[in-house]
Design a protein around this ligand. Structure first.
Ligand code: MRU
Length: 369
């Protein structure tokens, strides 16, 4: 099986008319790329988690904006703005919790509006392509920086470190390297031995198994000593002294440091606090939503009951007609967070002040207001 780092999560096709996506619903058993070009197919790919992870859906949002704007035939600027606005709202509705999707769409829209004042629509389309490429390239650089800051924490603990992670915030969740898994990729680059110097424990991550399918695939194919445990085994492993540090990704951070990440994250943080294990959140600054004061304001995506009762099972495993809850994310209180690792450095409490000091400010919003 290929090293996950050698796989492109999402990119614009060479013909610049399609987005090429590694279909993550098929991993780890099959590495298959799909091409999406229409608004409906792009939205479906995001909703169905063929492309997933906050930064990766941000990159997809940037290319989606370019592709769909490029295809508009109007030469009337007001009409162009109207069409772009409705297209952006349509794509943004695919997933509500990760701020990166709306962040990327808002960034593209803001650039379009600014450039349209002095350029033709044809010129603006060229500029939008460069902007989408910039989001992609920046994401790679940001992930590497987060990895470098995270690696310093691993160095402080020393070789032989035990790391726990939840969901997948790896290369597959970004343009490359990831956030929560980036420190381990950097460690390998620095010459750490994947089999001896670090041991990575991946929460299975019910119900969609991003930990078992994706993080375990990434860490194992990178040559790292990797384990998968069911979510309800996290406390057992922490109690047995296997874990020195926890790295998780996130989908949206509020100004006070509360953050939304894959369902189950808050439980991991609560258990970590009990055992005194440092708990770090890895977040590109684009994931920090300074327009929200606290996690109470974060909208949590609710998904289909079948993901809990049927998916992955040969036969349905819960009684027909039973009620099902399926929130895709939960919010972890900032009091449980040791630090938030961004590309600009590690923020520590009080988080709002730390974010402002790093120059992180509320972004302009046209969607997801
Ligand atoms: O539903 P998913 O698989 O998109 O959820 C992903 C997560 O929760 C990740 O931890 C988060 O998006 C950060 S990815 C760098």
């Amino acid at each position: 099986m290929k090293n996950a780092l050698s796989l492109d999560t999402v990119r614009l096709a060479d013909n610049k008319k399609e987005i090429v996506i590694l279909d993550q619903t098929l991993l780890p058993n099959e590495c298959k790329y799909i091409s999406v070009a229409t608004a409906g197919d792009i939205r479906e790919a995001i909703y169905s988690l063929r492309v997933r992870g906050a930064p990766a859906i941000g990159v997809t949002g940037g290319y989606a904006y370019y592709l769909l704007a490029e295809r508009l035939e109007t030469t009337d600027k007001q009409e162009f703005i109207k069409e772009c606005t409705s297209m952006m709202e349509y794509i943004n509705a695919a997933r509500p919790t990760a701020v990166n999707l709306s962040w990327a769409l808002n960034r593209m829209h803001s650039r379009m509006l600014a450039e349209l004042e002095n350029h033709s629509i044809a010129e603006v389309k060229e500029i939008l392509l460069k902007e989408a490429d910039a989001i992609y390239e920046e994401d790679i650089a940001i992930s590497r920086n987060i990895g470098a800051y995270g690696f310093r924490l691993l160095e402080e603990i020393g070789k032989g470190v035990g790391i726990m992670t939840h969901c997948n915030a790896g290369s597959l969740a970004t343009a490359k390297y990831g956030t929560a898994l980036a420190p381990m990729y950097i460690a390998l680059e620095k010459g750490w031995d994947g089999k001896k110097d670090m041991h990575v424990y991946c929460d299975e991550t019910r119900p969609l198994l991003q930990g078992a399918r994706l993080s375990a695939f990434e860490m194992q194919t990178a040559g790292i000593d990797t384990y998968v445990q069911c979510d309800n085994m996290a406390s057992y492993i922490m109690k047995n002294g296997k874990i020195d540090i926890i790295f998780v990704g996130c989908d949206r951070v509020a100004a006070n440091g509360d953050f939304a990440n894959k369902i189950g994250t808050s439980g991991v943080a609560i258990i970590a606090k009990h055992y005194g294990i440092p708990f770090y959140v890895c977040a590109p600054s684009s994931t920090i939503d300074m327009t929200l004061e606290s996690g109470e304001e974060i909208r949590i995506e609710q998904r289909k009951p079948e993901e809990v009762t049927e998916m992955w099972y040969e036969k349905r495993m819960a009684p027909e007609g039973v009620g099902v809850v399926n929130p895709a994310f939960d919010v972890t209180d900032h009091s449980l967070v040791t630090g938030i690792i961004t590309e600009k450095g590690i923020a520590r409490a009080p988080f709002k002040e730390a974010f402002l000091e790093m120059g992180i400010r509320p972004a302009e919003k046209f969607v997801d207001k």
